[in-house]
Design a protein around this ligand. Structure first.
Ligand code: FUB
Length: 467
């Protein structure tokens, strides 16, 4: 079993080297940069959100997990997080030897049960144990004195990791877990430390790899999980897919991808409602010095469609996706116009001051001219002349009919005609960043961006700054 994971990790490392050359995706701000954290589980108690995380301690360049304990973080605004330290460690589970992997906490009867996968030093590799505490912060002690689930559990997963526990409205608790494409589920007894009945293999969960997360909303059961099929992620990486069901043990119907691959090879979801806002909590490799074994937990807002499906989460930049250049942005006081905007798009998005997370970030609207092709323009006008010597353009790319342009150029109104601004530098067409074009400053009441599409595509802009 261990040899298979070692092989898998070696493959992941190789893929990482390749993909590092392609550049990481934009990344959100981590909950902490003091330590590396992974595998979040979220729990809301009163006005506080708790995150139970793993703790990556691999050395820089490390090629394997080094995980010895789990931390608890709390927040009352989902923005500022307090690290309460290592509230559970391998030493609290005397039968466990290593590998403090992805756990989850479930409350019941005033107690908090922390389900954790560990190397149990027994037959096989990973087991799932349970610790219990009297508060969300513990202290937590071993609740069972040995594994709840191991390789000797009938019909257990090929790799017994990543437990998620869910309690239905009738008080019945369920545990789901697994990896190596082996999702498993079982009822828990009211004592929360024993299985109640057989282990089942849930049906209909497409491309399950690991990291299940179970919850219920408006009477529908949701199961999010890491998948690593080529339909959603590059080799060695994972996306988060989800399925729904009308009963807690399924059968499940696959609904789509809710989180694209992240900058770490592993991906791990926790989906939770807190103070009226839903969040996707996950990890990536975006923190300074981060990597596949030095991950960081982060979170982004999650939005619902009216039919109960989840919109794909936009991974916010927090600095990773390109920051706007400094200076006075005259675009904010300009009136925008264009040669053409699609009726369903928003020209006003280009000068609303929003900092996009990526070129796919449509959350604040976008200018788009689908299905026009060739050259179109956007323009700013001011009632009094402005001195402008730089523009910054953040392109919109929906991976459908709108793509990055072939070329662009900046023009201004010289009093009688539009002419190119003098001495302009390259008009960049890169995705996921502000493309800055500098030129000899002009004093003008009208500035224009002329955009020429690639063959077969239209173009779009998320933000256009005039500085
Ligand atoms: O952190 C170790 C393992 O990596 C977790 O158990 C998986 O979910 C993956 O994130």
């Amino acid at each position: 079993m261990r040899r298979r994971w070692t092989t898998a990790l070696a493959m992941i490392f190789a893929f990482t080297l390749v993909l590092a050359l392609a550049g990481p995706a934009p990344a959100a701000s981590p909950i902490t940069t003091s330590i590396y954290t992974a595998d979040p589980a979220a729990l809301v108690v009163g006005d506080t959100m708790y995150l139970y995380t793993g703790h990556d301690e691999a050395a820089p360049g490390g090629t394997n997990f080094v995980m010895r304990d789990w931390h608890v973080f709390s927040s009352t605004d989902a923005t500022t997080w307090t690290d309460h330290g290592a509230r559970l460690s391998l030493s609290n589970l005397p039968w466990a030897g290593a590998d403090a992997w992805a756990g989850e906490v479930e409350p019941r009867g005033g107690k908090y049960y922390w389900y954790v996968p560990v190397n149990g030093n027994g037959a096989g590799w990973m087991d799932i144990g349970v610790a219990v505490g009297d508060s969300p912060l513990g202290p937590f002690t071993d609740a069972k004195g040995g594994p709840l689930i191991s390789d000797s559990t009938p019909n257990s997963s090929p790799l017994n990791i990543d437990p998620t526990v869910f309690t239905d409205d009738d008080g019945q608790a369920y545990i789901y877990w697994g990896s190596y494409y082996g999702l498993r589920a079982a009822k828990l007894k009211p004592d929360m430390i024993n299985l109640d009945g057989p282990v089942i293999t849930p049906a209909g969960v497409s491309n399950f790899w690991e990291a299940p997360w179970m919850f219920k909303r408006n009477g529908t059961y949701y199961l999010a999980y890491a998948a690593n099929d080529s339909g959603c992620s590059q080799p060695g990486y994972a996306c988060i897919r989800y399925a729904t069901a009308t009963s807690p043990l399924g059968p499940w119907t696959h609904r789509g991808v809710v989180l694209d691959q992240v900058s770490s090879t592993t991906n791990h979801p926790a989906i939770v409602e807190f103070k009226g806002q839903w969040y996707m909590v996950y990890h990536n490799a975006a923190a300074p010095g981060g990597g596949n074994f030095r991950r960081s937990v982060t979170l982004d807002k999650l939005y619902w469609n009216a039919d109960g499906t989840m919109q794909k989460v936009v991974q916010t930049s927090g600095g990773g996706g390109g920051q706007p250049p400094s200076g006075t942005n005259h675009a904010l006081t300009a009136t925008a116009s264009t040669s053409y905007v699609s009726p369903w798009e928003t020209l006003g998005a280009i000068n609303d001051g929003y900092v996009p997370a990526s070129s796919a970030d449509h959350s604040h609207g976008a200018y788009g001219n689908w299905n026009h092709q060739g050259t179109e323009w956007i323009e700013y006008r001011w009632t009094t002349a402005k001195s402008v010597g730089k523009v910054a353009t953040y392109w919109f790319d929906d991976d459908q009919g709108i793509d990055l342009p072939a070329s662009c150029k900046v023009q201004y109104w010289n009093g009688s005609a539009y002419v190119d601004v003098p001495g302009q530098s390259a008009c960049g067409v890169a995705a996921n960043t502000y493309n800055v074009t500098t030129f000899t400053p002009v004093s003008t009441t009208r500035l224009r961006l002329s955009i020429t599409s690639r063959t077969g595509y239209s173009t779009g802009v998320l933000e256009w700054m005039a500085l």
